[in-house]
Design a binder for this molecule. Structure first.
Ligand SMILES: Nc1ncnc2c1ncn2[C@@H]1O[C@H](COP(=O)(O)OP(=O)(O)O)[C@@H](O)[C@H]1O
Ligand SMILES: [Mg+2]
Length: 277
């Protein structure tokens, strides 16, 4: 089984990450669709071993930003750095090769296939030209148990028979099975009930504890404040606030989301006095 707990050299594990190179760094990312400017000069740091909560109202650009990191959109300007090196992520395949995996809001699982088939869809293991079912089953079971996804009865049951929380857990497990270093989750709990949301939030914390960088988008500020070590707020395509969760409370996040400022003032990180990056 591939390692899921690898921490890139020079990346921080936990802590506030001050001074350490973030796993992924965006600088000045622009993106437009025809006349619609979706992102304006966006800066963002995603450190290893930390969960970053990306907040913003509908249409703020959260999904476009996620898809840009995931290689589904090409930025028009700016630079992405991965492990300190400038990179061009031209496709989701490029993103996967770097260790970037995405779990989208509309669960990209095939209902008629079972859990193992879904986790290996498009990346099936072969042995002498035939599907290596035994290895795939072992690796899928291993990943699920590592992540303590224990409520699934059989990894050979069709995904259609799973609850929403179980489906989302399988989607997350699928994303981290491939030696991932960064997992992007776009509204992973949007369609879930209380208990299922709990499962997914716990899973996100486990990814973080394994040293992965995690970016999670959620409309639910309770979820954000529960799992996020850092918070970033997009407002009309601009990053208006980004810093440790301790810099924020629910009211200020809502203000940044709805006006781009808090108490009428732009965000200034408590630790940004020396003017970094
Ligand atoms: N493929 C696309 N073509 C044209 N406009 C798009 C496309 N994707 C997103 N947009 C526009 O970009 C803006 C940001 O959208 P999005 O990132 O989906 O917002 P959200 O923060 O709700 O996820 C919106 O104005 C949206 O209409
Ligand atoms: Mg969205």
């Amino acid at each position: 089984m591939t390692e899921v707990n690898e921490v890139p050299e020079g990346a921080s594990r936990g802590g506030d990450g001050a001074g350490a190179e973030p796993l992924l760094k965006l600088r000045g990312i622009d993106k437009h669709f025809g006349p619609v400017q979706a992102l304006y000069g966006v800066n963002l740091d995603l450190p290893a071993g930390q969960v970053t909560g990306l907040c913003g109202d509908n249409g703020a650009g959260k999904s476009v930003l996620t898809r840009t990191i995931a290689g589904a959109h090409q930025p028009d300007g700016g630079q992405i750095y991965f492990e300190g090196r400038p990179v061009h992520i031209r496709s989701t395949r490029d993103a996967s090769a770097l260790g970037i995996e995405t779990v989208y809001q509309d669960l990209a699982l095939a209902d008629n296939l079972d859990i193992v088939q879904n986790m290996f869809l498009g990346r099936e293991l072969l042995s002498y030209g035939l599907l290596d079912e035994d290895s795939m089953e072992l690796q899928a079971a291993d990943t699920l148990s590592t992540l303590r996804v224990t409520t699934v009865r059989s990894i050979r049951q069709p995904v259609a028979s799973l609850s929403g929380g179980q489906r989302q857990s399988v989607a997350v497990a699928k994303a981290v099975m491939w030696n991932s270093k960064l997992v992007l989750l776009d509204e992973p709990t949007a369609a879930l009930g209380v208990v299922q949301t709990r499962q997914v939030l716990d899973l996100i914390k486990r990814l973080r504890d394994r040293g992965l960088a995690v970016m999670v988008i959620s409309h639910n500020l309770n979820d954000v404040f529960e799992v996020a070590d850092r918070i970033a707020v997009l407002y009309l395509g601009r990053m208006v606030a980004e810093g440790p969760t301790a810099d924020f409370d629910r009211q200020s996040v809502v203000e940044y989301m709805t006006t781009g400022t808090a108490s009428g003032r732009p965000y200034e990180s408590a630790g940004a006095a020396s003017g970094q990056g």
